[in-house]
Design a protein. Structure first.
Length: 446
């Protein structure tokens, strides 16, 4: 347990330092290796074998991550540092993740009291079965962690369409991951009682039923993990804390107790299933009633601060031309002057055609964001091609297109910036408008 915070921190640091392949490799080796070794060791050592396997592959994961420090392009350098202010901020942002473990422990203690008192001591092992499923479901937190970097960027760019798109994709991924975990729990239910050392045939039957019944709540648990991760990111800390408490204790335990009293031990299993499901629907209902159209993503502030157009594409000539024409039509809808429209569409076309020419054997993904300001258009481009600083006024002239881009960037753009992060090129241009936009408070619905 002492190594887990350090491991999570190093994974994040290596990822943000641009070595996402190494961080992904470390996580994959740890996950796959732990599953294989724990399956083998559990037959000989029971639950202790699972714990030992987890420790071994956590150390292996750390060793893999440490190789990043010896790479020439690494910007990470260990130094001794302590800050009380930073620690306070860290504790504040980690309260949701920490409380999740705390609430699960509280629910386990309450379940022990209820099952031991109402059904008898031999039923206490069913709490361990419940905890086994909940520990497996903690992998759902990974989706929220994965989308945090790009959503942070979109929030900084006031790009509400980008936040909505990424969160929608994350929701679909959460549902899919929940279905996969449901299937895994349903299949593995046959041998989990043996791993936990359960011998009584009747309790074995109950344990299998418990895993299979509660497995169907995995989709909703996954969605709640995603929601609370997002609320941590946008600093809705206490709302995320409330949703976590609702899922694990405030709603879950009363439902389990009521169902157990009314329908017996299988009622307990039904309560374990219903708890997360009801928590999800109650959370959505509360958010809609309290925050109206601003729920559940709370993007109202971003929408008021900036008008943003978002385009993503495969970087191929036909798609570039299609997006260029869309940009022209959208800017006309926004009452932009024709001279600025022509400069913007020309800049877009030349940039992405040049990116395509510089990566002839690779299919690239690209993105263009247009931030409509009072007297300018801020164009942000992203692509996953080779490193190219398109904002460089001394861009090496290798062809006619690079010459055109160099001239456009000097004559059209008042500010330029290039950044490489997460293996993406990010180039920023600011195009001055000839006439400016109509009242900036106007919202453009395209």
């Amino acid at each position: 347990m002492l190594f887990i915070p350090a491991q999570f921190l190093i994974i994040e640091m290596v990822f943000f330092d641009g070595d996402e392949r190494l961080s992904s490799l470390a996580c994959t080796v740890e996950g796959v290796g732990h599953v294989i070794l724990s399956t083998i060791l559990s037959h000989y050592f029971g639950i202790s074998g699972i714990g030992f396997s987890s420790f071994i592959f956590m150390l292996i994961s750390l060793l893999i991550l440490f190789t990043h420090y010896f790479k020439a392009n690494s910007t990470l350098h260990p130094i001794m540092h302590f800050s009380g202010v930073l620690m306070a901020k860290t504790l504040r942002y980690s309260i949701i993740d920490a409380s999740s473990n705390l609430f699960i422990s509280v629910s386990a203690a309450l379940l022990n009291v209820f099952l031991g008192t109402y059904f008898g001591p031999k039923y206490l092992i069913l709490v361990s079965v419940f905890l086994f499923g909940r520990e497996l479901e903690m992998i759902f937190d990974g989706i929220g962690e994965a989308i945090s970097p790009i959503i942070s960027i979109y929030i900084g760019e006031l790009c509400t369409p980008g936040v909505k798109r990424i969160y929608t994709l994350a929701e679909k991924t959460s549902i899919l991951e929940g279905v996969v975990v449901t299937i895994i729990l349903f299949i593995s239910a046959s041998f989990i009682p043996e791993v936990l050392g359960i011998k009584d045939p009747y309790i074995v039957l109950l344990a299998k039923s418990e895993l299979r019944i509660t497995a169907f709540a995995s989709v909703f648990v996954s969605l709640i993990y995603l929601l609370t991760s997002y609320y941590k990111l946008i600093e809705r800390i206490y709302l995320g804390l409330f949703v976590t408490a609702l899922r694990d204790v405030l709603l879950a335990i009363p439902v389990i107790v009521v169902c157990g009293i009314l329908f017996g031990v299988y009622g307990v299993f039904a309560g374990m299933l219903l708890g997360p499901v009801l928590a999800w629907f109650m959370t959505m209902a509360y958010l809609q009633l309290r925050y109206k159209e601003d729920a559940p993503l709370f993007l109202g502030r971003l929408s008021k601060e900036g008008n943003v157009l978002l385009y993503d594409m495969i970087i191929e000539p036909e798609y570039i031309i299609e997006i260029r024409d869309r940009i022209e039509n959208d800017l006309k809808t926004c009452s932009c002057d024709s001279f600025t429209i022509n400069r913007t569409r020309l800049l877009f076309e030349e940039l992405f055609m040049y990116i395509h020419e510089q990566n002839p054997e690779k299919t690239l993904q690209g993105e263009c964001i247009l931030q409509l300001r009072e007297d300018s258009i801020r164009m942000i481009t992203r692509d996953n091609g080779k490193k190219l600083d398109l904002t460089d006024p001394d861009l090496k002239v290798e062809c006619l297109r690079s010459y055109v881009i160099s001239n456009i960037s000097q004559n059209v753009s008042s500010k330029r910036h290039h950044l490489v992060s997460m293996s993406l090129n990010r180039n920023v241009f600011v195009v001055k408008c000839e006439e400016g936009f109509p009242p900036y408070s106007k919202e453009y619905h395209l």
